[in-house]
Design a protein around this ligand. Structure first.
Ligand code: ATR
Length: 287
């Protein structure tokens, strides 16, 4: 029930219509008996600064930040978590009595999804497909935790992967390579790797019959993490499973990034199960 005591959280982005976050957070708030509500705020680029000031003015407890504001929001914050600063992107803001602090729970959510499966990145050889925003958050946290990385990206955008690899090596040191995403490079990289992470949108609904990894390159001693969550089992994950590999769905990263934000705003642990069910409900209604 909404009352005078209700605390407000939300999502700032454009578009926000297809977000899973309102369903996940409102279900988790209800489940915990908290007087909290989570609302979508569609904010245009030119209104971002005013929207951020509005968080303070309206005493909003916290927000998630999504496309296109994850990078441009940073100058408007009072404090930044060190990892979010290194990544250069924020997806969660907490309002601590008028002081806005930015975090990147995408990166931490990815790590949580791995650790829940008993996988630690330390010393692991990891192949990352894609060099966009999601890749950046994931690559930085994996490098921070002592993994060695090979980042593979489409030919035209190879410079982006090279820049990402260079900025990671500069920040953390360690062995980070950037290569063109093609079959010979993929084959060679996968022969010596423990984990494969797809951060590209390839395989996402409606293009569910697409994958960038030929099935013959997948093997039983590999863990395959696809950050795509719609469909829950992408072609890549289905083929990895058929090859005997361990698989982790993008839904786990989605749910964990939400659970970590929930914890920051409320001080309580979120029910993963409730958030997962809410996300699946939205996915099923959309398809
Ligand atoms: P996000 O914030 O989700 O990471 P993004 O920053 O647009 O989104 O990055 C998307 C990534 O998926 C990029 O690495 C992109 O490759 P390009 O840099 O070459 O565009 C990758 N990607 C998207 N479609 C792809 C495709 N059909 N084949 C290979 N890579 C693709």
């Amino acid at each position: 029930m909404i009352s005078g005591r209700t605390k407000i959280c939300g999502l700032i982005g454009d578009p926000v219509e297809h977000s899973m976050s309102p369903a996940m957070h409102n279900s988790a708030f209800k489940d915990s008996g908290l007087y909290y509500i989570y609302l979508p705020f569609k904010v245009k680029k030119e209104q971002l600064e005013r929207a951020i000031l509005g968080i303070k003015a309206l005493n909003i407890k916290g927000v998630n930040v999504t496309i296109p504001h994850k990078i441009s929001v940073i100058p408007f914050l009072d404090e930044l978590d060190p990892l979010a600063e290194k990544i250069g992107a924020v997806n969660t803001i907490i309002n601590n009595n008028g002081v806005l602090k930015g975090y990147n729970t995408d990166a931490h959510g990815f790590l949580k999804a791995m650790s829940e499966r008993g996988i630690s990145p330390e010393g692991k050889r990891i192949v990352i497909l894609g060099a966009g925003g999601a890749s950046r958050a994931i690559s930085f946290i994996l490098a921070d935790k002592g993994a060695s990385l090979v980042i593979l990206n489409r030919k035209l955008e190879l410079d982006q992967a090279v820049e990402l690899a260079a900025s990671i090596s500069q920040t953390f040191g360690g062995e980070i390579k950037a290569l063109e995403l093609n079959e010979p490079n993929l084959k060679q990289a996968l022969e010596n790797s423990d984990i494969l992470v797809n951060t590209t949108s390839v395989g996402m609904s409606p293009n569910v019959d697409k994958t960038t990894v030929p099935s013959g390159l997948l093997k039983a001693d590999l863990i395959v993490f696809d950050i795509v969550y719609n469909p829950l089992k992408t072609k890549l994950l289905a083929e990895a499973e058929a090859a005997g590999a361990g698989v982790i769905s993008g839904l786990e990263m989605l749910v964990w990034q939400g659970a970590l934000a929930f914890e920051m705003w409320t001080g309580l642990k979120a029910s993963l199960e409730t958030m997962r069910k809410a996300a699946i409900r939205v996915l099923e209604n959309e398809s």
